[in-house]
Each structure stands twice: as C-alpha cells, then as structure tokens.
Design a protein around this ligand. Structure first.
Ligand code: ZN
Length: 273
C-alpha cells in the first residue's frame, strides 16, 4: 500500500514530465474511480484542454493543480500511476482505468487491480477543507508541541493516532510500525501516556523513517514505467514490519505480531515500551 514516501517519490518523478503540459485527451473507463466527483465523462471533460500548473502532495493524495480546479488522485491499495514518454510504448491492460495524454507527447495512466483508488476534481480553493488532511510530518509545522498536543488530547493507542490521516498525513501501517520501533514505543501504548522525551523521539523517528523511505523508494523506481506503488528498497531496511518470529536488530528478542485495529502490528516486546 503506497504511503507518503511512495507517493512523494512518484510525485517527484512526475513533476518534470507533466508540469506546464497541457492535457490533450482523457479516457476514464472505470466509474468507481470517479465516485466522489461524478461520472467518468464529467471528470474527463473537466480535465481536457487544461494545463497542469503544479503537482503537489498532501498525505497520500496527489494534487494536480490545473487552472481553477485540482485533480485529486489517491492510489488506495493497489493503484499505480504509470508514465510513458511516447504513445507507441504505451501498453494498457484490463486494469488500466484511466489514461491522460499530454500535448507534445507523454501518456499518464492509472492502473488499479483492486479499484480502491480515486480520481476526482475539486476547486483548488476547496481541497484542504474537503480532504481534511492533518499535518504533513515532514513540514516544519509538525512540531514537538503539535504532536504533544495530539497525544495529550487523545484516547487512542499511539499506533492508531499515527494512522489517523486527519491528525498526521501519509503514515500507513509500515511506517507506523517502523517509526514506533525506532522510538522504542509499544504500539499499544495510550497516546496520552507519552512523556515529553518520548514525544521528541517519536517525532524524530517518524521524520527519519519517512525520509529513508523517500530516499530508498527513489532509487528503485527511477524508471517508473515499472510498478510504482511498492515500498521499493526500503523493504530491506524494515526492522519490525513483517519480521515477526525474527530477532530484534537491537536486543535480539523475538519480534511479535499482533492485530491492532484490524491491522497487523509488529514490534519488539523487549525494547518497545
Ligand atoms: Zn528489541
């Protein structure tokens, strides 16, 4: 499942390809994709002829700013944004649900096996109020004080708080488990019990784990005609995620897996408290 780093890596790769390019033609074949914004025809008509002026990211959402409107794309579980420099190389398959062709060449397609992703238009001025996404963890606005306030006022377990997109944007199951390991915090801890130094450690580990994800994801999809929604090389750096039964890299205890809020949750029972 693509989380903040995967979306950011794809965004960075797409910027030089689509920004200041005019959308010449659009095909959207899957009605579920546009469910939040009307029919595929309506969304396609709202895209055709417009120029992408910026490509931003908020949490796990891509924001393609056009002139007045913004195309919002969320990959869901299995969505992929794929790019072809030229039409002859473009190979749609039965899971290719949308295709954007750019003036002067270049094809951007949206492919999604399980169809949980979304693609819809919003007036640019309404993006923030509609999506209601929390703080960007890599922005300077994500301060120790803000994180502390979130924890203090919460009845959630700390992992559930990290996954709440309205509080902090873009963290999913993998990066939550990895950040909590690096901070030495048990995923089941009540957020309100975190002490000041633990909040410091948590903020630091959230940021470092996301940055590492961006760095390592980037190297594995430099040619991103290949499937791009994967966690890339960062998977080799996982210290707890999907490592249950293996030794902790820090203390050699056995990594455990529990189910927390319906999500598989991985931690070291010895050094996460
Ligand atoms: Zn350990």
């Amino acid at each position: 499942v693509p989380e903040l780093p995967e979306v950011e890596v794809i965004r960075q790769a797409l910027v030089p390809r689509v920004v200041q390019k005019k959308i010449a033609d659009v095909q959207i074949l899957e009605p579920r994709l546009t469910r939040r914004g009307g029919t595929p025809d309506k969304v396609a008509a709202g895209l055709r002829g417009w120029t992408v002026v910026a490509l931003r990211r908020r949490g796990k959402f891509f924001l393609f700013d056009l002139d007045r409107d913004t195309l919002v794309v969320r990959l869901g579980m299995t969505g992929q944004l794929l790019w072809w420099d030229t039409e002859p190389g473009f190979q749609p398959d039965p899971h290719t649900h949308a295709t954007l062709r750019f003036a002067g060449g270049g094809v951007l397609s949206y492919r999604d096996v399980r169809k949980f992703g979304e693609m819809f238009l919003l007036p640019t001025a309404e993006v923030e109020s509609t999506l209601r996404i929390g703080l960007e963890p890599l922005d300077p606005t994500f301060t120790v004080q803000k994180l502390g306030e979130m924890c203090e006022g919460s009845r959630l377990r700390i992992k559930a708080l990290l996954l709440n997109q309205r509080k902090i944007a873009g963290i999913g199951n993998i990066y939550a488990d990895e950040a909590l390991f690096r901070a030495g915090l048990r995923p089941t801890r009540r957020a309100s019990t975190l002490r000041q130094e633990e909040i410091h450690a948590l903020r630091r580990s959230i940021r470092s784990v996301l940055r590492a994800g961006i760095q390592h994801g980037g190297s594995s999809i430099s040619d991103f005609r290949h499937p791009s929604g994967e966690s890339g090389e960062f998977a080799t750096l996982h210290r707890v995620y999907h490592r249950d039964g293996q030794r902790c890299v820090r203390c050699e205890a056995t990594i455990r897996r529990i189910v927390l809020g319906q999500r598989g949750t991985h931690f070291c029972p010895s050094c996460q408290r």
